[in-house]
Design a protein around this ligand. Structure first.
Ligand SMILES: [Zn+2]
Length: 442
């Protein structure tokens, strides 16, 4: 416990190193300016405006005595005309503002709860309108000698890189448990699972001692976290094997995850045809065993899940069979190219449009878990066949997706090398923190 502060310092240090690295190595990436703390550029170079450099835009101290700001929250049923009337502003000023046309179109779509501020002088003449459309966008309308002028002020979000790592243990046996233990949001946990969904069965193959680490973005506006961004890089140690994925935006602007060698993380088949978050842990599966009522030869993988849980196609293909029989219950067979076939048994129902000849995409819902046929409890029985022979999808070698284009390989390598180095540095030093200080430290 007493090493905790030191470890925190270490994290902070790493964070700052990582930030500077990212700033240096991604000169063409859009993240560059967003990583730089920039507050709103209110009325920069506009001598007529007294508004302070802040998103709140409070009444400036230096406001002339005969001018004042009126701050409003838009009410249900409000429109600009109604607000002008309520605040004793003139119809002539309203007209001048509306005459700005397209530029002020947003003012015609104001919504209850949004903030609007009006600057008026003693005579009741309108000097400025400030309309906060979103946390990021504010419209500012200023009076000039010839009329009004509108402009948008955009707050620049700040991006911080966060490192985190966790471990599968008896207390945290699933990806969700292990992620939650270190404060990851559902959103980030899902994104993490998506990176590795072709390589790791999160439903069945997590083991005590498996571990992961990741770097992801958190987005702040005015020092307040507004959302999480993308995962930048992640590693997953699963059953003695290390999987690594790093995000790369190619020259065409497409972003995807790749191995450090530049292979796409995508593959022809995802591991789990039932999302891991629905699947009862393997401990439960063992307790339920046997889930087949009969001694039919067992050549598949069983996923115990509640009746009605969506079953998804593990790869792109075409439905060849949608049928019901005594042993398999309701079942679906999908053909994937010439070589591969997958089967999904004991369903409670078929998804709409799933019939022989139907094209399906990887991840598409094809049916729902049930216990039809020779099953004692709800589960999906999944089979994977290569050239008609039952195989273990874990060990069979599969065709790979498109790698990074050769002419982009240099760019790819130079971008990801420092990211992976940072992640590895964190992983090796950060785990010491987890071991010393417990799993909830942040
Ligand atoms: Zn089975």
């Amino acid at each position: 416990m007493n090493s905790y502060p030191k470890s925190n310092l270490k994290i902070a240090l790493l964070l700052s190193i990582a930030l500077s690295v990212i700033i240096v190595i991604l000169p063409v990436d859009e993240r560059i300016d967003e990583a730089t703390p920039v507050s709103i550029e209110v009325a920069k170079g506009d001598p007529e405006s007294n508004t302070p450099k802040s998103r709140q835009l409070e009444i400036p101290q230096t406001l002339p005595k005969d001018e004042k700001w009126i701050h409003l929250k838009i009410r249900s049923g409000d429109n600009l005309a109604r607000i002008f009337q309520r605040e004793n502003l003139t119809a002539a000023d309203l007209q001048k503002v509306l005459d700005l046309g397209e530029e002020v179109a947003s003012l015609r779509k104001i919504l209850p709860g949004q903030e609007l501020s009006l600057k008026v002088d003693r005579s009741g003449a309108l000097l400025s309108i400030q309309y906060k459309k979103t946390a990021l966008e504010t419209m500012l309308i200023n009076r000039h000698s010839t009329g009004f002028e509108a402009k948008w002020i955009r707050a620049e979000p700040e991006r911080l890189i966060v490192f985190e790592s966790s471990k599968i243990t008896k207390q945290t046996p699933s990806l969700f448990h292990a992620g939650k233990a270190v404060g990851l949001s559902d959103n980030i946990i899902m994104k993490l699972s998506h990176i590795f969904q072709w390589d790791i069965s999160f439903a069945l193959d997590l083991r005590n001692g498996d571990s992961f680490s990741l770097m992801y973005e958190e987005i702040y506006i005015d020092g307040e976290k507004v959302k999480e961004g993308q995962i930048i890089a992640a590693t997953f140690h699963n059953m003695g094997k290390i999987h690594m994925g790093v995000r790369y935006i190619d020259l065409a602007g497409r972003s995807d995850f790749y191995t450090p060698e530049g292979q796409s993380m995508r593959k022809a088949f995802i591991r789990d045809p039932v999302h891991f978050s629905y699947v009862s842990s393997s401990f439960n599966l063992r307790r339920l065993h046997p889930i087949h009522r009969n001694v039919m030869p067992h050549r598949g993988i069983d996923y115990a899940a509640k009746s009605g849980t969506p079953v998804i196609a593990s790869g792109d293909g075409r439905v060849t069979t949608r049928r019901q029989n005594e042993s398999s219950g309701r079942y679906i067979v999908i053909q994937h190219g010439e070589k591969y076939t997958t089967k999904y048994l004991h369903l409670s129902a078929f998804a709409r449009g799933i019939k022989p000849g139907a094209k399906v995409q990887q991840g598409q819902t094809i049916g729902y878990v049930g216990s039809s046929g020779w099953a004692t409890g709800p589960h999906l029985h999944y089979e994977f066949l290569v050239n008609g022979v039952h195989r273990n999808p874990k060990t069979v070698s599969l065709p790979k997706a498109e790698p990074i284009a050769q002419d982009e390989m240099q760019r790819f390598k130079s971008q990801i090398r420092p990211l992976l180095a940072q992640l590895e540095l964190y992983r090796t030093t950060g785990f010491a923190r987890a071991l010393e200080g417990g799993s909830t430290g942040k």
